[in-house]
Design a protein around this ligand. Structure first.
Ligand SMILES: *Cc1c(COP(=O)(O)O)cnc(C)c1O
Length: 463
């Protein structure tokens, strides 16, 4: 067929009405600065550059698929969070979004703290020189060995997630002759995802201890009696990819309510509250994320107001953005392989990666953007679905996108905003070696996580 998968065609009415995407942009060659990292440009000759380096040269040197992280942009965003929250608050980068030793050093240099939630993340942080007192340890099922390692290293806080863990951490700290600073993670009955949040009385999920029916107050009671623990605050994390501050408002009000109840019962004012992460980023041009200074201002005002109402002195606030810092700073570069036009539906564009390097589309129905980056094109927009090379029909990278109709095997396309939860969730499905992460800055590129090789895979296979 001709490459007629154009939305103007009458046979697309049904597909179009699903509403997963907007109309094609006026010019497919445009790169929306909202979804691309700060130093991404398209040069005169049509090739896209990042940090001053052409993607064609990067593909040649590092291969595809590969993640390219814009180091200047990462540092800028980290600094913007740090500056927005100032000296009376702490910013903990959520390491699970993407962690490597280079990233730990950038965070350290930019004055951020770090959240980890496994022994592996802790080891990475410590090995790259993050001071232990700037590390917070999270997780709903920390092992005894992990707790031991965290206490022994001297992490700044352990976020307690269950009644059993309160006792476990206290015992381990005591056995090491330590008094461990801890927060208690509560579930405030608010769940927020993207543009909506829901407030429920009951929390049906694995994290935290419910505020409802006095569970959290009981946890505080127990933690305060144990010698191995220094209870410093309450923690709440309400969801992910959130744009609406209303969920944080409800969470802050409820957490402050607990602080007031603790003061009334024990005569103790806990000095810290952590409001978690979850701030949204732009994956497509339809998303409008808030700037860190707006978020800092909104959260600061909410907490101050609630504390004044409860006649509490304002606690030290911390936040834990992961995605909002690293997400927008990287893109995944793929080479186009097989192109399969399905008459009246859409054109399937296969790339040399897929769900092994980006599971979010399959896992969460996430939306992404995509662009042809190795050249410009004046061809008509074609409705495309970017799919991987794995043995799954759900192996979709970008569900609905417009790409130029003259797209051909060998072209390079890039998916922006893949800095968070892509490499960190990557798998070896189909024995795919995981792609490298390459940091680009000021005309220089260096590998910060190298590409896996078939030898790496075989090394684990000791049968
Ligand atoms: C995942 C997580 C975060 C970070 O979430 P983002 O959506 O990446 O900002 C922060 N805090 C906790 C406790 C988390 O589990």
């Amino acid at each position: 067929m001709s490459r007629s998968a154009h939305p103007a065609g009458p046979r697309h009415a049904d597909v179009f009405s699903e509403g997963h995407y907007s109309a094609p942009p006026a010019d497919l060659n445009d790169l929306d600065p909202k979804v691309w990292s700060h130093t991404v440009r398209r040069t005169e000759d049509g090739v896209v550059t990042v940090g001053g380096l052409e993607v064609t040269a990067l593909a040649e040197e590092f291969g595809t698929p590969a993640y390219f992280v814009d180091e200047a942009d990462f540092r800028e965003r980290a600094r913007a969070w740090r500056t927005a929250f100032g000296h009376d608050a702490d910013v903990f980068y959520a390491g699970k979004a993407f962690l490597s030793r280079a990233v730990v050093r950038w965070l350290h240099e930019e004055g951020l703290n770090l959240d980890v939630c496994s022994g592996g993340e802790l080891a990475t942080a410590l090995s790259a020189g993050m001071p232990a007192d700037r590390i917070a340890f999270h997780g709903n099922n920390k092992s005894t060995a992990e707790i031991h390692a965290a206490v022994e290293a001297g992490v700044g806080r352990i976020v307690l997630d269950s009644f059993q863990e309160i006792v476990r951490v206290a015992h381990i700290a005591q056995s090491l002759g330590r008094r461990q600073r801890v927060q208690i993670r509560v579930t405030v009955g608010v769940e927020a995802h993207t543009h909506e949040f829901i407030a429920t009385a009951h929390e049906d999920q694995k994290f935290g201890i419910a505020l409802a029916d006095g569970q959290a107050a009981e946890a505080v009671r127990r933690a305060l009696t144990l010698d191995g623990l220094e209870l410093v605050g309450i923690h709440s994390h309400i969801g992910s990819q959130i744009f609406d501050m209303a969920g944080f408002e409800v969470a802050a009000r409820r957490v402050v309510g607990l602080l007031a109840a603790v003061r009334d019962e024990h005569g103790v004012e806990l000095p810290e509250i952590d409001l978690g992460g979850g701030l949204g980023i732009a994956y497509t041009s339809d998303d409008d994320p808030r700037e860190p200074h707006e978020i800092a201002k909104a959260l600061g005002e909410i907490v101050t107001r609630e504390c004044e109402a409860a006649r509490l002195s304002t606690p030290r606030i911390s936040v834990e953005p992961g995605r909002a810092i690293v997400g927008p700073t990287a893109f995944t570069l793929y080479e186009v392989g097989t192109i399969k036009p399905l008459e009246g539906l859409r054109t399937y564009v296969s790339v040399d990666g897929g769900m092994s390097d980006n599971i979010r589309t399959a896992l969460y129905d996430a939306e992404y953007s995509v662009a042809l980056v190795s050249r410009t094109s004046d061809a008509e927009p074609m409705l495309a679905r970017v799919v991987g090379k794995h043995c799954e029909s759900g192996d979709i990278v970008v569900k609905d996108a417009f790409l130029p109709a003259d797209l051909a095997p060998g072209d390079l396309i890039a998916v922006p905003a893949t800095g968070a939860y892509c490499r960190s969730m990557a798998s070896n499905y189909n024995h795919a070696p995981r792609p490298p992460v390459v940091a680009v800055k000021d005309g220089a590129a260096r590998v910060i996580v190298r590409r896996e090789t078939e030898d790496d895979l075989l090394r684990l296979d000791v049968g």
